[in-house]
Ligand binder design. Structure first.
Ligand SMILES: [Zn+2]
Length: 295
């Protein structure tokens, strides 16, 4: 959405405070339990005889469960091993939430685990710094680390999580702007124009904390938001974002299905397993979920 525009950002500054606190991505610092092998004089606990399993002659081990083959881990220039749990979360299907104009999200829905993305990968600071859910923020951090390792160091998140109230404010403000630009428009006509680039409150996936607007044309007067598409950094992200669990959410050619114009700056986290399949299939999220439902 066009909230990354300077005007919108300035208007945002008048709004309510984002909730959440400055929490860094949790590092996996839990040490494994230390297992001390028994010494020669140690007495091992022996289970009581009546709790021992009866001898039945049956094999002692359960038949092996059929597990799907492990997904290969892509090769990265940076050491991203600590981020693997974010890019390919164990809850493989837990990040497929669909929010769009026909699948609204409750007005009071706020992700429980919002964290700020690292400052070096965010345009704004303080309470305006972009926030995502902890897993999406971890995957975003990995993606930006690798993007920098490939020489593209100026891409940052402008806005990620947006509350219902913020979306409501932006949406109504865009309608007022359209009507000010063209006084002949009715409110309904202005609303129709706005909805090609901004979601009505309750229908923006920015409220999920699973997506971010990101580009390198902030603070540029010579480039428009759409010009990000012409940069090598965008091309790298377009082709590699799936490795980190992200998809380009509003692709070109899918406008009639997503309900939005092509947005080269809006990336959505779904986890690597599904991101890879969405990227390779060329489907948009709506089409992919419909296909999953059928299978
Ligand atoms: Zn967006």
């Amino acid at each position: 959405m066009k909230a990354c525009l300077n005007t919108a950002a300035a208007l945002l500054a008048l709004l309510l405070l984002f909730s959440g606190c400055a929490v860094h991505i949790p590092a996996d610092t839990t040490d494994p339990p230390v297992i001390v092998p028994p010494g020669p004089g140690d007495t091992l606990p022996v289970p009581a005889t009546d709790t021992l399993p009866a001898e039945t002659g049956a094999p002692e081990t359960d038949p092996p469960e059929t597990e799907p083959p492990a997904e290969p881990i892509p090769t990265f220039k940076a050491d991203l091993s600590a981020y693997e749990i974010y890019m390919a979360p164990a809850d493989r299907d837990g990040y497929l939430l669909l929010v769009n104009k026909t699948h609204p999200i409750a007005a009071d829905s706020v992700p429980a685990d919002l964290v700020y993305v690292p400052q070096e990968y965010a345009v704004y600071s303080g309470e305006w710094r972009a926030q995502m859910t902890s897993v999406a923020a971890g995957a975003y951090t990995a993606m930006m680390t690798e993007l920098c390792a490939n020489g593209y160091t100026d891409v940052k998140s402008t806005l990620a999580y947006r509350s219902y109230a913020t979306q409501s404010y932006l949406y109504n403000n865009y309608i007022a702007e359209e009507m000010a630009k063209n006084p002949a428009l009715s409110k309904e006509e202005a609303r129709a124009i706005v909805e090609t680039y901004s979601a009505p409150p309750g229908t923006s996936e920015h409220q999920t904390g699973l997506c971010t607007d990101m580009h390198n044309v902030y603070n540029r007067t010579d480039l428009e938001l759409e010009d990000f598409e012409k940069t090598d950094a965008y091309l790298w992200l377009r082709d590699n974002c799936w490795k980190f669990g992200f998809i380009l959410r509003f692709p070109r050619g899918k406008e009639a299905i997503t309900g939005y114009q092509f947005e080269c700056w809006h990336f959505r986290f779904v986890g690597r397993y599904h991101a890879k399949r969405i990227y390779e299939s060329g489907l948009c999220l709506e089409e992919y979920l419909e296909q999953l439902d059928k299978n």
